[in-house]
Design a protein around this ligand. Structure first.
Ligand code: F6P
Length: 360
């Protein structure tokens, strides 16, 4: 009898259910009915800590390919607190997770998640649990994989937002800022910004000079363009702030006089150009709804590859897309590393060649 536990952790995204389905269909397909048991662990690591799980049936994984969110529920359990004893309840989280793994008599734990989740997955693997993980996040910032599932669906939504903003920006001769998710990595803003035809793209990896941003808008106005659109990542940062030591930078960002960086940029643009400037923040909309076909496909491929790892008893790995192929990579090689946008990458060059400003 093979016993598998499965959990989704961290912020949700499109394609989680497709990936869960991919893993479980592969296993049910390979093993006879009485040879496999799959336990759904509720709300991510929280369920593994508190022992909330249920035995799943094959029917649980039917009809979920296009469903957004996660049928298992999710929660944020910061990696940095994993080894900190929860004093209120006096719980040693790592010991509790190991005990519940043992109680369920698991042969493997399947973990779907982003950066923090992968760090905890690696920790559990080093603690002796058999772990196979899958790369999830709309941020596409996981080291060791060319693509995460959820990203293309978020790009689709963010691009639609910019497309819609175009028509209203033109009607009103306004400047519009579309603020997109991504605190540390600008992939989503970069892809959607290019696909949506933004005039300026500001991402955390390329600190901006507000005077250059303003100059770009003024030049557009001079050339007869009555509107401008900026795609701004929530983690975009000015050159001045980026140059500060870590602690001061953190303080400066925490003491922002505006709800987010986009509102500060909007105020600066409006003051310098006199042009009405509006901010649109699609927020969690970007993580919601059904996955696009690309994500349904890549999530299924990741799921099937994870199932194959379990069948082959290949543990301690995350399934990754590398040069078009889905392969397992060692969790110890990828955990804790962030895949940010290289400032000289081909897609940045594409944007620059087509006249998009990064404000640098
Ligand atoms: O999952 C990553 C992410 O989408 C970030 O881009 C965003 O800043 C964050 O999650 C928001 O998370 P929460 O759901 O905790 O507000």
């Amino acid at each position: 009898m093979k016993r598998i536990g499965i959990l989704t952790s961290g912020g949700d995204c499109q394609g989680l259910n497709a990936a869960i389905r991919g893993v479980c269909k592969t296993l049910y397909n390979h093993y006879k009915k009485d040879e496999i048991e799959i336990y759904g662990i509720i709300d991510g690591y929280r369920g593994l800590i508190t022992g909330e799980y249920r035995l799943m049936k094959p029917e649980d994984f039917s009809g979920i390919l296009t469903r957004g969110g996660t049928i298992l529920g999710t929660s944020r359990q910061p990696f940095k607190l994993m080894r900190v004893i929860d004093e209120e309840n006096n719980v040693d989280k790592v010991a509790a997770m190991k005990a519940n793994y043992k109680k369920m008599k698991l042969d493997c734990l399947v973990i779907l998640g982003g950066n923090g989740t992968q760090k905890s997955a690696n920790m559990l693997s080093q603690e002796g649990l058999n772990v196979v993980s899958l790369p999830k996040t709309i941020d596409n910032d996981l080291w060791g994989t060319d693509m995460t599932f959820g990203f293309q669906s978020a790009v689709d939504i963010a691009t639609q937002v910019i497309d819609c903003i175009h028509t209203t920006a033109t009607s009103h001769s306004r400047v519009f800022i579309v603020e997109l998710m991504g605190h540390k990595a600008g992939w989503l803003t970069l892809y959607a910004g290019i696909a949506g035809g933004a005039d300026v793209i500001l991402i955390p990896e390329i600190p901006y000079d507000i005077n250059k941003v303003i100059k770009c808008i003024k030049q557009r106005t001079k050339s007869g363009k009555n509107f401008s659109i900026l795609a701004v990542a929530e983690g975009a940062i000015s050159k001045e702030r980026a140059a500060l030591p870590k602690k001061q930078k953190k303080e400066a960002l925490a003491n922002l006089m505006y709800p987010s960086i986009s509102y500060e940029i909007a105020a600066q643009i409006e003051k310098a150009t006199g042009q009405e400037t509006r901010v649109t923040v699609p927020g969690h909309f970007q993580r919601g709804g059904s996955p696009v076909p690309y994500d349904k496909l890549i999530a299924t491929r990741f799921g099937a590859a994870a199932g194959e790892c379990i069948i082959n008893e290949h543990y301690g790995c995350m399934v990754s897309l590398i040069n078009g192929r889905v392969v397992p990579v060692a969790l110890s090689d990828i955990a804790g590393k962030l895949k940010t946008v290289p400032a000289d990458c081909e897609i940045i060059k594409t944007a620059r060649l087509t006249g998009i400003s990064f404000g640098d």
